[in-house]
Design a protein around this ligand. Sequence first.
Ligand code: PMP
Length: 362
Amino acid sequence: MKRVLNFYPGPSALPVETLEQAQRELLDWVGTGMSVLEISHRSKEFSAVHQEAIALLRGLYGVPNNFHILFLQGGASLQFAMIPMNLLGDGDAADYIVTGRFSNNAYKTAKTMKTVHLAASTEVEGKYFRIPKNHEIHLSKDSVYCHLTSNNTIFGTQWKQFPDTGGIPIVADMSSDILSRKTDFADFGLIYAGAQKNLGPAGVTVVLIRDDLLKRALPNLPDILSYRTLVEKNSLYNTPCCFGVYMLRNMLKWVEKKGGLESIEAQNEKKAEILYRIIDENSSFFLSRVEKESRSNMNVTFNLSSETLETRFIDDAASEGIIGIKGHRSVGGVRISIYNSHGVEDIERVAEFMKRFVETHG
Ligand code: PMP
């Protein structure tokens, strides 16, 4: 069997232990004589996994008790619509900070339905290489929430400090950095994330919604799009992504075994530091367009001097089993996505490859 070093931006690598557990349990899951793929989402066995996943996430991430935890479908992209649909009534407005492709999608989606203000944008010619400074953010006093994307997967930027919104709850798309670092929930009213980067496989979207925001959610929405109904039914209004929730539980147990969030965060910092050090030590070879203070600990992006050299880099990496590092088509170059599953040793192997590549081609 061969396993590569997989740095795809999402869906992305899962710890081998979580996959092996799924493999072991596939045909006869917890003595049921069935797989988790085949069993009713209302069975006591599935219910136990679902509840365990909620409890693990609450414990590991420190999610306060006044936040409800939902496991939904439709990806983070469905939340772009559900958030304004649920939280903005007639006469209400929200602020959006645009720092990349997905925050722009969230903004544009909200704008099709409700009144939203563009509080800040760091776009330059269709690209975004930094997080805005506080003085560039213009919040409206009457906003119900302020939406931002905590980590910009395509460009490789990340908020290091969230803006002071003067009490307006932040609604954050944390698809690419949830559970990668400590989060102060006091700043947030709602956090959501597709699971497929840091939490598990594609198919589950985690939504953490504060009780006071839930209480202000509009009542007369279709049930499948209503936070009120979804919370009331504990994410079981309809059939959830059962296998995804099971894998999410396995992943959370793995994080727990690794020492929890504190050790995951320390490891994530170390990993990013290793790669950024090589980039900085060879700054005329690895061209980083991202502002230093905005650098992401999750997606490390850079260009080389020509497309030909970039292709060579990506191909040579692949021949050493380093996969999934081609930059997004809108920016080109290289993107190395180093989510929770990757250990420091994986990153050291990439670093060694980068050093050798500079020696040969620099
Ligand atoms: N937000 C961010 C930050 C993302 O990286 C992505 C997908 N890569 C999305 C939203 C869209 O997520 P989904 O495909 O789950 O709808």
